[in-house]
Write a protein that binds this ligand. Structure first.
Ligand code: GLN
Length: 186
């Protein structure tokens, strides 16, 4: 059972992707939503990381989700979700879950170039379509992090232990192999 954080941003696209793959899922809006018995993964969607971060604290969801991630529940963050999972954010004072040893750079492609589509190789998956929206990229990775994809010389996907992050939005394409990767390999 995969929980999709549904406080703000593009969570519905993840729900749809999971449905297409036949993966049971539920939306997380408040603490009691986490009372499911067979939680097997979490998705943190794209949106505005500052807004999602604020809402995580206001709803009291931050601590229980932090605990789940630390316990090893597989978590997949896309775009703003990547920022929420990063140990360091180059151009933001905040750190949220700090669960993957990367430095994220918010809105890293600049205003004009921040949103684009391309194709890129994703380790273990192959060539996939990628949609970037006011996207971050990964400026630097530390020990223990496996780089999964680079586009235009920038790191755009990585994993460490139970944490998977992409700077782009696989849920906005018809190619759901990155979601499959998350469901299978974690
Ligand atoms: N620019 C957003 C942020 O900094 C991320 C954009 C997205 O999730 N599509 O949080």
């Amino acid at each position: 059972m995969i929980g999709v954080l549904a406080l703000q941003g593009g969570f519905i696209e993840h729900v749809k992707a999971l449905r297409k793959l036949g993966a049971d899922n539920f939306e997380i809006r408040k603490q009691s939503d986490l009372d499911v018995k067979n939680l097997s993964g979490l998705i943190l969607p794209g949106g505005e990381s500052t807004v999602i971060g604020k809402l995580l604290h206001e709803t009291g969801l931050f601590d229980p989700i932090d605990e789940l991630i630390r316990k090893g529940v597989p978590v997949f963050g896309t775009c703003a979700g990547l920022i929420l999972l990063a140990e360091r954010i180059e151009n933001d004072r905040s750190v949220y879950f700090g669960a993957i040893n990367i430095t994220a750079k918010r809105n890293a492609y600049g205003r004009q170039l921040g949103s684009f589509r391309t194709e890129g190789d994703f380790d273990g998956v192959g060539k996939i379509p990628m949609t970037f929206i006011r996207a971050p990229y990964i400026e630097e990775t530390g020990d223990g992090v496996k780089i999964l994809s680079r586009v235009k010389g920038r790191i755009v996907a990585a994993r460490q232990k139970n944490v998977l992050v992409t700077a782009f939005h696989p849920e906005l394409t018809n190619d759901l192999r990155v979601h499959e990767y998350f469901l299978k390999k974690f």
